[in-house]
Design a protein around this ligand. Structure first.
Ligand SMILES: [Zn+2]
Length: 240
């Protein structure tokens, strides 16, 4: 029997997420949610797709429309191989620099264009840099998408040794975690200049992580696949 305090706390937890973004999945299965941002890219996405196929894993790809327009053939390949397509933005500029009306308009148009490319409905949106104000979050909802953040990262956008990336990801991973990784590095063609792309073999990184997952009895799954036997956990996370 739970105490009144615990029940109240649980009710508060369940009522707050109305304003929240998905940060993990509550699940009884040994599932880690794999998510990729900033692609598609002929080298990075190809390497990741090969490693996912080798391990029998699935992932959600939060693609940039700017990148999808450069490599449209990769979008149907991602879905044909059993993965999920989601939206990361028209380009990689911070949405907090736009008005809510602009965010809604840009996101609605991008959702339609991406759905045409993918041939599937698009449900999820990940704001570039995770940057969203409450007004941004509402604008994304108005565009018919749900904001998805993460609860662990691979440090694959940083210039660190690959062992550090693996260790950092594993330190925060457990069943239900949403792991952030990248199959490309956003640059000037995506409206931003975040410096030089760090050296990273994206296919090898996920292959190593999936081997570590297997040793722990875990599997890697897309968000859609993970939610078949789980429910989203939301948190009101806002930042500029
Ligand atoms: Zn990004």
């Amino acid at each position: 029997m739970s105490s009144l305090g615990a029940r109240l706390k649980d009710r508060v937890k369940r009522s707050l997420p109305v304003l929240g973004s998905i940060i993990e999945v509550e699940t009884a299965t040994p599932t880690v949610v794999l998510t990729y941002d900033d692609g598609p890219h002929p080298v990075g996405t190809d390497g990741v797709l090969r490693s996912l196929a080798d391990a029998g894993a699935t992932a959600t790809f939060f693609v940039l429309l700017s990148s999808a327009r450069r490599h449209p053939e990769l979008i149907p390949r991602i879905t044909a191989e059993g993965h999920e397509i989601a939206l990361h933005g028209v380009d990689h500029r911070r949405l907090t620099a736009f008005t809510a009306e602009e965010v809604t308009r840009r996101t609605v148009d991008a959702k339609h264009e991406l759905e045409d490319l993918a041939g599937t409905p698009v449900r999820w949106f990940r704001p570039p840099y995770g940057a969203q104000h409450l007004a941004t979050w509402r604008a994304i909802r108005r565009a018919g998408l749900e904001s998805v953040l993460w609860s662990a990262t691979t440090w694959d956008a940083r210039a660190v040794a690959s062992e550090k990336r693996v260790a950092h990801a594993l330190a925060d991973c457990r069943p239900g975690t949403i792991l952030l990784a990248h199959d490309a590095f956003a640059g000037p063609a995506d409206g931003v200049d975040d410096g030089a792309e760090p050296e990273v073999d994206r296919g090898a990184l996920i292959a190593t992580l999936l081997t570590e997952f297997r040793a722990r009895g875990w599997v890697g799954r897309s968000l859609a696949d993970a939610l078949v036997q789980g429910r989203p956990v939301k948190s009101a996370v806002f930042s500029s």
